[in-house]
Each structure stands twice: as C-alpha cells, then as structure tokens.
Design a protein around this ligand. Structure first.
Ligand SMILES: Nc1ncnc2c1ncn2[C@@H]1O[C@H](COP(=O)(O)OP(=O)(O)OP(=O)(O)O)[C@@H](O)[C@H]1O
Ligand SMILES: [Mg+2]
Length: 273
C-alpha cells in the first residue's frame, strides 16, 4: 500500500519520530458557564498513538474539536507542525493533514461504502468542478486515480464485500470502519479518532485495534484517540492523557498513568458505560 504512505507530505523526511507534531498550550474552552476545558496543555508526538481518556463529560471530544478547528477556545493556542494558531476552520485543519472520525458516526447513509470513502478525497481533487461534473478529460483521469486509491483503502480495511452497499444498511461496527476509511482517504498526518471502538463486540474491537496499529506502523500516521476501554488503551497507546471535568489529571506512558493515585481515584476505579 505504498500509495497510502506519508511520503507526499512536505517535511515527512526531515522530521524524526518522537518530535512534537502538535502542542496544545493552556487551552480553555467555555460553553456559557460550563468550563469544558480548563488550562489544558499536552503534546502529540510524531508517529505515536496517544490516548485521551476520562469520564463522561471530561472534555475529551471538546479537545479533539479544538484541535481540528470545530471549536474555538477562549484561551490558549495550538501549534501544529511549527505553526501556532488560536483559531482555525475545520477545512484548514483538513488541508493541513488533520483527519478525524466522530463519536456519532457522520456518514452519508444513502451512499455506498466506496462513495463515502471517496468524499474523504475531495480535498485532494484538483480539477475544476465543471470538469468533474462533465466527467471530462483530466477530471475523468483524476477520478479514476482517486477511485483506485479508495479501492486500496477498502482492501486494507477488508471491506470489499460491502463496497457497493449503502452504509445506512451496515451494522454499526462496519459503519465505524467505513468512517475510518473516509478519514484515511485524506492521507492524514494526524488522525483523530473519537471512540473508534464504542459499541463494538470483542471481535470487532480486536479488528479495529489491528487496523489502528497497522495504520500507525505502515503509514507512519500519528494517531490521537479517545477510548473508554482501558484494556484497549493500555494495549495500543504509547502515551495517555487523562482529563477529568475539564482539567488534565495526568499525562504519560500507560503504566505510569495506570498507577497514578489521582487517576485511580478519579477514573479507573469508576465504572463506565
Ligand atoms: N456544543 C456544546 N455546547 C454546550 N456544551 C457543550 C458542547 N460540547 C460539549 N459541551 C459540554 O462540555 C463538557 C465536555 O463535553 P465533551 O463532549 O467534550 O465530553 P467527553 O469527555 O467527550 O464526554 P463523553 O465521554 O460522554 O463523550 C460537557 O459538560 C458538555 O456538556
Ligand atoms: Mg465525547
């Protein structure tokens, strides 16, 4: 799957694994009187799998929404690939190589798996809209290339059998996989996954873990994921950030976070849905 590789990104060759890819610096986000994020700072390093954990309402999804420009924090900055910003639009984040999946699946339910994944390529299409509409000349050649690329993603995610199926007819676990495919179609440098395994059975979770690890290893993609299943978090993440009521409780390798007394009392000891 060389085509999915990160070689296209401009400075992929010059960055070393372990450099800071994204820095969250003193971010605060309020919704009226609710402080969803309170002075949060952490780093995402090139090529790592970072897990963001915490109880319901801790601010995890809000954090991803700040990183990819859906929410604009009242305080603090995000530095991504050396560029600092306090606000940005989602399409700008996408153009800079940040792709994501959502806690509540956001797919076009009436469209096929392949067509949904194709929507993830839109930012990569260069031919003008009128040429694409006429499906003419260079636009036709371009679309064929994009389709080929998306077929590779479909093979990679082992969803060939549902490539023509409208996603609204698919079971939840497969819809999650299609959404991952759409995010991959953008060839992201940073992939944000909001509860990619929620609602899945054990077998589906194992498959999803394998895909996440393969994406990270084979394509060098940096991954920040929100996950409630602590077994999964401990198994696949390089580092863990723990949020609790908008505050950061801990940040470090899984083992040290797991034994952190503040984390144990606030989160790990508490049951979850
Ligand atoms: N768009 C919004 N408008 C108002 N309040 C919001 C909005 N988004 C999030 N919040 C509030 O911010 C807080 C953090 O919510 P967030 O969704 O980030 O938590 P979470 O850690 O992702 O929780 P969960 O595990 O349930 O998904 C909550 O109190 C939530 O009600
Ligand atoms: Mg959430």
């Amino acid at each position: 799957m060389a085509a999915l590789d990160q070689a296209e990104t401009p400075d992929a060759d010059t960055r070393e694994i372990g450099d800071v890819l994204l820095r969250v610096d003193r971010i605060s986000l309020y919704f009226g009187g609710v402080r969803a994020l309170n002075n949060i700072s952490f780093e995402v390093r090139e090529h790592e799998i970072l897990a963001i954990i915490g109880p319901n309402g801790a601010g995890k999804s809000s954090m991803l929404n700040v990183i990819n420009g859906f929410y604009h924090p009242q305080e603090g900055t995000i530095t991504y690939r050396g560029k600092t910003r306090s606000r940005m639009r989602p399409y700008q984040a996408a153009a800079q190589g940040i792709a994501r999946t959502f806690q509540n699946i956001a797919l076009f339910k009436g469209m096929s798996t392949l067509d949904n994944i194709m929507t993830g390529r839109l930012l990569k299409m260069h031919q003008p809209f009128w040429m694409q509409a006429l499906y003419w000349g260079p636009a036709q050649r371009e679309e064929i290339e994009h389709r080929k690329f998306c077929e590779e993603i479909i093979d990679f995610l082992e969803i060939q059998h549902i490539r023509k199926t409208p996603v609204g007819r698919l079971p939840y676990g497969l819809q999650k996989r299609v959404e991952l495919g759409r995010a991959l179609a953008a060839q992201p440098t940073l992939l944000l996954l909001d509860e990619p395994m929620a609602g899945m059975n054990v077998e589906e979770k194992e498959d999803m873990c394998r895909f996440i690890l393969d994406i990270n290893e084979e394509f060098g993609t940096t991954i920040a994921l929100i996950e409630h299943d602590m077994g999964v978090v401990m198994d696949i993440s390089d580092r863990v950030v723990v949020l609790d009521y908008g505050r950061k409780l801990a940040d470090g390798p899984p083992d040290s976070v797991r034994s952190d007394p503040a984390v144990v009392s606030a989160y790990l000891g508490v049951g979850h849905d």
